[in-house]
Design a protein around this ligand. Structure first.
Ligand code: WTA
Length: 635
């Protein structure tokens, strides 16, 4: 028997050692005993990080939806699979059982097929957090189509870029979405995006807010009438282990987002196994992850990981502030949530409100608390621990990435003693390394450096859609034979890891990864702007906020600066989305550059962070004189 469910620390160490010494045997046992295969693999793992190439369970045949739905029907058919909590607390929650989920996924899968979608086709999903979103991922997986979910907060330009990058044939969207008191015209955004794309043949529209939208003849169709006519049986497409399951875009340090490609078998095994252990999920538990399915956290830990374990997973359409700051805790009480997984940004914002919002509700059902997406500071950790977990629910601070597919460094609750702000120990099968700037591994404890992973794990993204070279350059070239995460980390005296933040040009704002380059590209589109540079600075709720340094063209210099700031943020909202707006914009005559023309962001970062005591080595600067003037005018 494999140790599918780890229950004490000794067992963790024992299983961990096995997973490192004999990774193939270890993962083979997990795969064999806990999943449904149409055909078993010929080889557990082949890999070569220099190409890079990673293949898990080659030769195996399966369908992930059979694992997430069909195999639970006999024993858990009437159990709630998805518990939908609407934006409006007055609207009834929906309990979708495994049987109903099966029927709804099959129907939608048949609709996709009828509309010409075949195995390998890309389908873009731009939907709010309603059941149809989860169902559409599974419907694609049912027929072997590759889903590419775009977070429904992205602008039309960002959406068009992502649709074009992977040539989506179809877009699934809705007539709009509810967000607190507001509604958002998603279909309007899709229409605008499709003005800049050629590949999309069909748009299927889910009705959610009953707005009067335009339907383009021949292209746009309402989803419901098609579902009504569709058969409720759909044989799953039999997939190869390494067939792509989905593409999910993440920011990089150049303008073009990276379409990370995840494949079928390894991703399934990794998300299911991590889910079971990191949340210590037991059969009757109700689990809630507050992320949006538009991000990887939602893919892995709202949809695939929980469903592969036959769990009840909550989907929340709303926001933490509506109708008031007590909404999360009201939902915890209402659905007797056992595991609650959220982002440090949300915790910091909630911690700023009166404790009355928490104390009004009964949170005694909570057993495990989780955080993800960015480092959690000591104060937020303690607030979460004291007021939400009442010091009895362990907090799992889970470090991972879109690229890793699943959780990599984390405590296992009731197993690993937690420590505030530490993600603690590597998960089973994960072999972290801390590296110095010269490419050498720093062994031992009480060290810090750059976080790499030495050995493949089943959930690793296999490539960047259409650009394998970029995949190699970004993740496998900085440190030979290793995966480089882009994060800095330290290892303490007992071997616990703490993630210290990004060491590249990605800035994490409210848990969202933002590359500096696409934002700068957007700003530079403003007719009055000559050049710009973006850095992050600490923000007490968002973790980081964005600070922009902007050089104006001559034509811009006479303009009102506050109007310019508004226009610049408007352009950013149009190109990327409101999440990427700048908190501060400083107009400047120049930017500190090296002789090769590279902007020295290190200096700009220090100025934005008001940490100008020691600016470090400025001798390589071409124009050291601008530094003083930027400092004098800092905001
Ligand atoms: C950051 C989200 C500190 C990190 C699953 C990583 C974290 C990036 C943590 C990936 C954590 C994620 N502590 N930092 N527990 N979890 N990060 O791709 O910088 O949206 O590289 O995946 O978020 O963000 P992504």
């Amino acid at each position: 028997m494999s140790n599918y469910h780890i229950k004490h620390l000794e067992e963790y160490y024992q299983v961990y050692r096995k997973s490192v010494r004999e990774p193939e045997n270890f993962w083979e046992e997990i795969a064999e005993e806990h999943f449904m295969w149409r055909k078993k693999w010929d080889k557990v793992l082949s890999w070569d990080f220099s190409k890079p190439e990673v293949k898990w369970f080659e030769g195996a045949k399966l369908n992930i939806t059979e694992n997430c739905i069909d195999r639970h029907l006999r024993t858990k058919g009437d159990k709630t699979a998805i518990l939908f909590e609407p934006n409006n607390p007055e609207e009834k929650a929906q309990h979708i059982t495994y049987k109903q989920l099966h029927e709804r996924v099959c129907k939608m899968a048949n609709v996709l097929k009828d509309q010409g979608i075949k195995k390998g086709d890309r389908v873009c999903i731009y939907l709010p957090m309603i059941p149809e979103l989860a169902i559409s991922l599974l419907a694609c997986a049912r027929i072997g189509a590759i889903h590419s979910v775009v977070f429904a907060g992205f602008s039309s330009t960002a959406l068009a870029t992502r649709i074009n990058d992977c040539d989506c044939k179809m877009v699934l969207t809705s007539d709009g979405s509810f967000r607190g008191e507001k509604t958002i015209d998603l279909k309007g955004i899709v229409d605008e995006a499709l003005g800049n794309t050629q590949c999309v043949e069909t748009v299927l529209v889910v009705k959610r807010i009953n707005s009067g939208i335009n339907m383009k003849k021949g292209r746009d169709k309402w989803m419901q009438p098609l579902l009504d006519k569709a058969s409720k049986d759909c044989e799953p497409e039999i997939m190869n282990a390494e067939d792509p399951l989905f593409i999910l875009y993440t920011s990089g340090s150049t303008g073009q987002p990276k379409g990370m490609v995840h494949t079928t078998a390894g991703y399934m095994v990794f998300t299911a196994y991590t889910f079971k252990n990191v949340f210590q999920y037991n059969n009757d538990d109700v689990y809630w992850c507050t992320a949006d399915i538009g991000w990887v956290t939602g893919h892995s830990y709202i949809v695939y990981g929980p469903l592969a374990n036959g769990a009840t997973t909550v989907m929340f359409e709303g926001v933490p502030t509506y109708p008031d700051w007590g909404r999360f805790w009201e939902v915890v009480q209402k659905h007797k949530i056992n595991q609650f997984y959220t982002a440090p940004t949300a915790i910091r914002a909630l911690a700023k409100q009166s404790l009355d919002f928490v104390e009004k509700y009964d949170l005694s059902s909570l057993k495990v608390l989780g955080t993800v997406g960015e480092p959690i500071n000591d104060e937020a950790w303690k607030w979460y621990n004291d007021n939400i977990g009442k010091k009895k629910s362990p907090i799992v601070d889970t470090w991972w990435q879109t690229e890793t597919g699943g959780i990599m460094i984390t405590p296992i609750p009731f197993v690993t003693p937690t420590k505030p702000t530490y993600a603690t120990l590597p998960f089973i099968g994960v072999q972290p390394a801390i590296m110095d700037e010269n490419g050498n591994e720093i062994k031992g404890n009480q060290v810090d450096g750059r976080l790499c992973i030495k050995f493949p794990w089943p959930g690793i993204a296999r490539t960047i859609w259409g650009n394998h070279e970029r995949y190699r350059d970004t993740y496998f070239s900085a440190y030979k034979g290793m995966y480089f995460s882009g994060d800095g980390a330290l290892r303490d005296e007992v071997g616990y890891y703490r993630i210290t933040g990004r060491v590249d040009d990605v800035i994490i704002v409210s848990g969202h990864n933002l590359g500096t380059a696409p934002i700068e590209d957007a700003i530079n589109e403003h007719p009055a702007v000559a050049e710009s540079a973006i850095v992050g600075f600490p923000h007490d709720i968002k973790g980081n906020a964005l600070y922009g340094y902007v050089i104006l063209k001559e034509t811009g210099e006479s303009r009102d600066q506050n109007n310019l700031r508004k226009e610049i943020n408007q352009i950013i909202a149009e190109h990327i989305g409101p999440i990427a707006k700048l908190d501060k914009i400083q107009f400047t005559q120049g930017l500190p550059k090296t002789r090769s023309g590279k902007i020295m962001r290190r200096i700009l970062r220090k100025i934005a962070q008001k940490d100008t005591g020691d600016l470090g080595d400025t001798s390589t600067l071409l124009n050291p004189e601008v530094v003083q003037s930027i400092m004098d005018n800092a905001l």
